[in-house]
Design a binder for this molecule. Structure first.
Ligand SMILES: Nc1nc2c(ncn2[C@@H]2O[C@H](COP(=O)(O)OP(=O)(O)OP(=O)(O)O)[C@@H](O)[C@H]2O)c(=O)[nH]1
Ligand SMILES: [Mg+2]
Length: 191
């Protein structure tokens, strides 16, 4: 039988204030949902082991505070990020409009051609009538970004999630972990 390979991998959860980053991390960690918004000060992190095929990923999940005033501080926390979960809230149009700023900030600190990103449209449990952004525009924004920057091999994907009801959270982390592992494999074979 093949030996289990172990990798230490850093993921970043980013996106505007109150889109649900901490709630998503908590759901992934098996913790209960809270209605209160306790804004993350600077950044916070969780550790979780994940099995992908034969491999074990020891994930460090960095959850960035969304406040503008933390931008300088976030730089430190982004360092060494191997994959990102970029979160918007479906009921907050500004969080969609600000996606380019987050991508710019991420890619100033992690190489654009080697850092896979998954996009999460969070709060999908809320009624459609409250949505301020639709799936088609999010998808076309992502497609355009991928094509403008030649990122087809990074397999960027969009998930609609609910941290409240636990919809698509595990799936999004699993997808990101799989893609990240491909790049880790390439790093090993090129060394
Ligand atoms: N209905 C619904 N509410 C959510 C969901 N996820 C988060 N919330 C609520 O949205 C608010 C903000 O959630 P947080 O997880 O603290 O957001 P955050 O992105 O970590 O915010 P900052 O740390 O301030 O940047 C809280 O009141 C949560 O209860 C969701 O999937 N559905
Ligand atoms: Mg938070």
């Amino acid at each position: 039988m093949e030996d289990t390979r172990k990798f230490h991998v850093k993921f970043a959860l980013c996106g505007n204030l109150a889109v649900g980053k901490t709630s998503i991390r908590r759901n992934f960690m098996g913790l209960h949902f809270t209605r209160d918004h306790v804004s993350t000060l600077g950044a916070d992190f969780s550790l979780k082991k994940m099995k992908i095929g034969q491999d074990q990923l020891n994930l460090q999940i960095w959850d960035m505070g969304g406040e503008d005033e933390y931008q300088q501080l976030r730089k430190k926390f982004f360092h060494g990020t191997r994959g990102a979960l970029l979160v918007l809230s479906l009921v907050d149009r500004q969080s969609y409009l600000d996606l380019p700023n987050w991508l710019e900030e991420l890619h100033e600190n992690a190489p654009i051609d080697r850092t896979p990103v998954v996009f999460l449209g969070n709060k999908c449990d809320l009624d459609n009538s409250q949505y301020e952004v639709n799936r088609a525009e999010i998808k076309s924004f992502i497609e355009e970004y991928v094509s403008n920057h030649n990122l087809e091999n990074l397999n960027y994907k969009y998930f609609e999630t609910s941290a409240k009801d636990g919809i698509n959270i595990d799936e999004a982390f699993y997808h990101l972990a799989e893609i990240t592992l491909k790049f880790l494999d390439q790093d090993i074979s090129s060394n």
